[in-house]
Design a protein around this ligand. Structure first.
Ligand code: ZN
Length: 206
């Protein structure tokens, strides 16, 4: 697997960027990861980086983007935060990744068994955690109204999916730069759900 150059990055369409991630995840779940010389990639990326994707995912230790999408050094911007929520700093990071450096897709990736989602449903309040839980909790009242008899697990699943879609929506509605790039077809902004029991990534709206 060659390290991405500016020319290679330019030739990747937003759709192809999603396919690269799908293919990488397929390699991951089939234990067919590419044989990369990471030390060589250190050398090849020393002058700059041309990643094709921005992946906003949870800090969960089981959901490392580079591993589950089988990517090497210089391939993806990996932004990680509990509950894969969007804040101003993450908006700025995603704008930098796409507008300045040229990434072609932004993936907001949640995962099954997410502690931040469970904590938001249980309204855990500790230190600064409310900054995260309040963002997730925006979707809970309407989901409780929609699924009044949902079990705890089912509600967790509903909130996890809705939280991913809210992240996609937040990126478009809160960043005019990303919204315009998305409108012009220069980038795609998609949601994804990672299953911690299978290793499989499901793209929600690609
Ligand atoms: Zn999580």
């Amino acid at each position: 697997m060659r390290t991405l150059t500016k020319d290679m990055q330019n030739k990747i369409s937003p759709e192809a960027a999603v396919t690269l991630l799908r293919d990488g995840n397929a390699r991951f779940v089939n234990n067919l990861k590419l044989n990369r010389n990471l030390l060589q990639q250190v050398n090849e990326t020393s002058d700059g980086q041309h990643p094709f994707a921005v992946i906003i995912s949870c800090m969960d230790s089981r959901t490392s983007a580079e591993l589950i999408f089988d990517q090497g050094l210089g391939d993806v911007f990996s932004i990680r935060i509990a509950g894969n929520v969007i804040n101003e700093d993450i908006l700025g990071s995603a704008e930098f990744g796409c507008k300045v450096v040229g990434a072609k897709v932004i993936v907001v990736m949640g995962h099954t068994g997410c502690g931040a989602i469970k904590g938001s449903i249980a309204n855990v309040d500790l230190g600064h955690l409310h900054f995260i839980t309040h963002k997730v909790q925006r979707c809970i009242p309407s989901l409780k109204a929609k699924y009044p008899n949902a079990s705890e697990n089912d509600m967790c699943s509903h909130v996890t999916r809705e939280n991913i879609l809210m992240g996609v929506s937040d990126l478009k509605s809160r960043s005019s730069i990303l919204e315009e790039m998305n409108y012009k077809g220069e980038i795609k902004i998609v949601g994804a759900l990672y299953d911690i029991s299978t290793g499989i990534v499901e793209f929600l709206d690609a």
